[in-house]
Design a protein around this ligand. Structure first.
Ligand code: XIL
Length: 530
């Protein structure tokens, strides 16, 4: 949608409107959005001039809808390359601006009779839309300069109108330049309408919650954390607090404090909770479980643990990752059957998975039960192995409701970066089994991207947009959760010890291009539908 020439042209125009004061990031992102609004303004005036009094309401609305779609696509693109929250905070919601413009174009042109005057006013206004929208961009940084620029533009338009207006039999309800001023002022006002919608509001609007995993002590210790969560997420996952070792360190011994803190925060903030994870054989297995004397004792441990945890939060948690990573971890030495070599697999075989799901279902009849795995976003032997496992479990009647795609993108030297079509095909493959799907632990490494022509943060934004865009196109994709939200707390640094920046916000809580790619995907879905 965006040609760099158009933006360059606009930047030149901006400079001609003494736009030196506009901060570069606003000029870059804001101008891309303003360009879209200016074009929309022009298009809508043309539509009004052409279809007014034609009675062809259907065609007029069809063409207006086309304008909305173009603005949405343009804004999604602009959002993705914005380097700064200023852009999102200071420019309007595209379609709202378009609707405002359409209403005003209709109103102003309706004042002018006969139709040939409307066409004239429409042409003149269209010619000035772009300039007046830019004036309003200037108003974001300098009201005085904006007034000067607005006066200049209206004076020019008036000169053009006055040269031709009299004697055309046009009798505008208001003075010509008053009508023109109203068109042009609204054009800019529409572009300047500030309404930063966070990912939470956007996710709620499209019915796909945007989630974040948290450590409650990190949220409590950082004053910027909770305000960001409130604006940007509608779903919480306990990063570690609900895992077996921390919550149930010994038989009959429970440590529910941190898990309760996550639940309490979510309920105070009206957020959904994903429980993670009842059984994870690869990590977070307490010593007493590793030392189980045999299958029966292990079954007893499973029953006590799953019943104790699920029962405590029954009716409050939306989904449980009942079993996490049944396949052998990508970086582990491959096992003969591709399944993770853990105490559950060794003593019970894959029956431990079925056992865990039946126990969870018995403890909470309403919670959605998920099987969560890493490295299955792209087709290949690993995804096929996991698919066959899921089908086997479903055939056995195991109560699986959903599949969690962790989505740690590019994290290994294997460096897989699924594009949207790849994500979509993988999500659909499992959704077609009658299951919900979610992306449950999304983060995108910037460390192992070799040979990419794009700057790392731009490529990262593309990968976030691929995952979000895919989920928003698969009806049974019920949510996208990032594994953390700020690079400052990423597990890739703390647990894997890598100097990575995989998340949508940087260490200083500034949104990165990835954040705007997520917003752009949600805006696009909001205004163009599934
Ligand atoms: C990670 C946590 O983020 C770390 O803090 C912890 O030390 C190890 O586990 N896949 C999963 C998550 O399902 O539970 C893991 O979380 C990351 C990989």
């Amino acid at each position: 949608m965006f040609r760099s020439g158009a933006i360059l042209g606009l930047l030149l125009l901006l400079s001609s409107e003494t736009f030196a004061a506009v901060p570069p990031d606003l000029a870059r992102c804001g101008s891309a959005k303003l360009e879209a609004i200016a074009q929309a303004c022009s298009d809508l005036l043309g539509i009004e001039a052409r279809f007014r009094n034609r009675g062809n309401e259907g065609e007029r609305e069809r063409r207006r809808e086309g304008v909305r779609r173009r603005v949405v696509a343009a804004w999604a693109e602009a959002e993705s390359f914005a380097g700064d929250a200023t852009c999102a905070e200071r420019t309007a919601r595209g379609p709202d601006a378009v609707d405002a413009l359409a209403a005003l174009a209709e109103e102003v042109l309706a004042e002018v009779t006969p139709p040939r005057c409307a066409a004239r006013l429409g042409r003149l206004a269209r010619r000035h839309c772009r300039r007046l929208v830019n004036v309003e961009a200037l108003a974001l940084v300098s009201a005085q300069k904006a007034d000067e620029a607005r006066t200049r533009v209206v004076a020019q338009a008036r000169r053009r109108l006055s040269l031709r207006w009299p004697g055309q039999g046009c009798s505008p309800g208001a003075e010509p330049d008053d009508a023109l001023r109203r068109v042009l002022t609204l054009a800019g006002g529409a572009a300047a309408q500030a309404s930063p919608r966070g990912l939470r509001e956007l996710g709620d609007a499209v019915g796909v919650p945007v989630g974040v995993s948290i450590e409650p002590f990190e949220v409590a210790a950082d004053p910027d954390y909770l305000p960001t969560l409130r604006r940007e997420t509608g779903s919480l996952t306990a990063e570690n607090a609900m895992k077996w070792a921390p919550i149930h360190p010994a038989p009959g011994q429970w440590n529910f404090g941190p898990a309760d803190a996550v639940m309490d925060l979510a309920e105070e903030e009206g957020m959904r909770v994903r429980g993670h994870a009842l059984v994870w054989g690869a990590l977070s297995v307490p010593a007493y479980v590793e030392a189980a004397s045999g299958p029966e004792q292990l079954r007893a441990y499973l029953a006590e643990h799953i019943t104790g945890v699920v029962d405590r939060y029954a009716g409050r948690i939306a989904q449980w990752d009942v079993v996490n990573e049944p396949l052998s971890a990508i970086l582990d030495p491959p096992t003969s059957d591709g399944l993770d070599d853990n105490v559950f697999q060794r003593l019970l075989g894959t029956a431990y998975i079925a056992e865990a799901f039946h126990l969870a279902r018995a403890a909470d009849p309403t919670v959605r039960l998920f099987l969560n795995e890493n490295g299955i976003a792209a087709p290949g032997p690993r995804q096929d192995l996991f698919y066959d496992l899921v089908v086997d479990l479903l055939v056995q009647g195991v109560p699986i409701d959903g599949i969690g795609f962790q989505g740690h993108v590019g994290l290994t030297p294997l460096a897989v970066y699924p594009d949207r079509a790849t994500w979509e095909a993988s999500l659909r493959r499992f959704a077609d089994l009658g299951l919900d799907v979610e992306i449950t632990e999304l983060d995108v490494s910037v460390l192992f991207r070799f040979g990419s022509s794009r700057p790392p943060l731009r490529a990262q934004a593309d990968d976030y947009r691929a995952a979000f865009g895919a989920c928003l196109r698969v009806p049974r994709c019920r949510g996208v959760t990032t594994w953390g939200i700020s690079d400052r707390y990423t597990w890739v640094r703390s647990f894997l010890g890598l100097p990575d920046d995989p998340l949508p916000f940087d260490d200083g809580w500034i949104p990165k291009p990835a954040y705007f790619a997520m917003r752009g995907s949600l805006y696009e879905r909001l205004y163009t539908g599934p």
